[in-house]
Unconditional design. Structure first.
Ligand code: G3D
Ligand code: MG
Length: 215
């Protein structure tokens, strides 16, 4: 399997807390594309074709702390839902993605969110993401409807375009800022889903690609 070359050591001496983030959603909604955009700022089909069960890590430097995000893709797992709970089990964050031009994928998010809730209860940050915002002319789900669902479920809603790079950094910065500080290790995501205002674009991000086929 072709894997991206790490740009820096994966085993840093820094005692950084790793935050596991799992991307869920129907096939073809753009999960892998979102990861690719965030990690490499590209919309590259090569990675998408070759990724297996894997994760990629990236360190984000926020104003007051540094967080290491570990992004778990679920390539090919959409059809094997029985395997998904093991991905969710020790994740602090679940990004549930749908395609705004595909209503069925939006309806499916209910089941994906249920899966997360049944594994993690309230001890998880859930973000609903409407991807492919660049195709808004073909939209089958309004922003209002998705926002209303998110409000009802007490989760966050964002629209992104992995293709155009729209809102992808902001998505991950928002998640990073919602995480409790490193000094609160062990109490991760205890506060559940809170809303914060992140208006400034993400800055000080360092892509530290480490791709590990550990199992
Ligand atoms: P998945 O990992 O959820 O299965 P992918 O989804 O990331 O593999 O993306 C599925 C298809 O949607 C790909 O097209 C990809 O290029 C496209 N896609 C992903 N994100 C966006 C987006 O933001 N905008 C648009 N317009 N397309 C997007 P193919 O043609 O390879 O099936
Ligand atoms: Mg994929």
């Amino acid at each position: 399997m072709a894997t991206p070359t790490p740009t820096s050591g994966s085993f840093s001496a820094l005692p950084l807390k790793r935050t596991k983030i799992v991307l869920l959603g129907d096939q073809s909604v753009g999960k892998t594309s979102l990861i690719t955009r965030f990690m490499y700022d590209t919309f590259d089909q090569t990675y998408q074709a070759t990724i297996g069960i894997d994760f990629l890590s990236k360190t984000m430097y926020l104003e007051d702390r540094t967080v290491r995000l570990q992004l778990w893709d679920t390539a090919g797992q959409e059809r094997f839902r029985s395997l998904i709970p093991s991905y969710i089990r020790d994740s602090s964050v679940a990004i549930v993605v749908f395609d705004i031009t595909n209503r069925a994928s939006f309806l499916s998010t209910t089941k994906w969110i249920d899966d997360v809730r049944s594994e993690r209860g309230g001890d998880v940050i859930i973000v609903l993401v409407g991807n492919k915002a660049d195709l808004s002319n073909d939209r089958q789900v309004t922003q209002e409807e998705a926002q209303q669902k998110s409000t009802e479920l007490d989760i966050i809603y964002m629209e992104t375009s992995a293709k155009a790079g729209h809102n992808v950094k902001t998505l991950f910065k928002k998640i990073a800022m919602l995480l409790p500080g490193n000094e609160k290790e062990g109490e991760q995501a205890k506060e559940g889903n809170q809303k914060i205002d992140v208006t400034s674009p993400a800055k000080n991000e360092t892509p530290q690609a480490s791709n590990c086929a550990c199992w």
